[in-house]
Structure formats: structure tokens, C-alpha cells
Design a protein around this ligand. Sequence first.
Ligand SMILES: [Zn+2]
Length: 66
Amino acid sequence: MDFSALNKSSAKSFNDQKATIKKLMQGRAVTCPICKQNIRLFLPQQSANPGARCDKGCTDIALDFA
Ligand SMILES: [Zn+2]
């Protein structure tokens, strides 16, 4: 799948995205602010496209700062 066209992250929300990833890594549940579904964490060992995404794809955070 190609997620590159989805949800380009803005610098403004970068800290929010970082906080979301941190919560997910701590095992806490985070819901997508748009579709209210749980955001799932994909680790580099599990996915060729690691990051945090909801099922609908409106939240799509690349895991590029870990
Ligand atoms: Zn969503």
C-alpha cells in the first residue's frame, strides 16, 4: 500500500504526533481525532512502513524520529 499521499504532517502538529507515538509505545490507547478509531502502532520489526495509523488512514504518522 502507498500511504505517501495521505495526510502530510505539518510542522505544527509534529509535537502532537510525537506525543501520540510515545503514548502508544507506553501501551496507552490513543484514538484518532477524526474517525475516533484506535490508532495502531506499527514497529519497524512488524512493518516495512512503520508508524502510527488508524484503520481509515486519516491519522498516518511516520515513525521517523525514534
Ligand atoms: Zn482516523
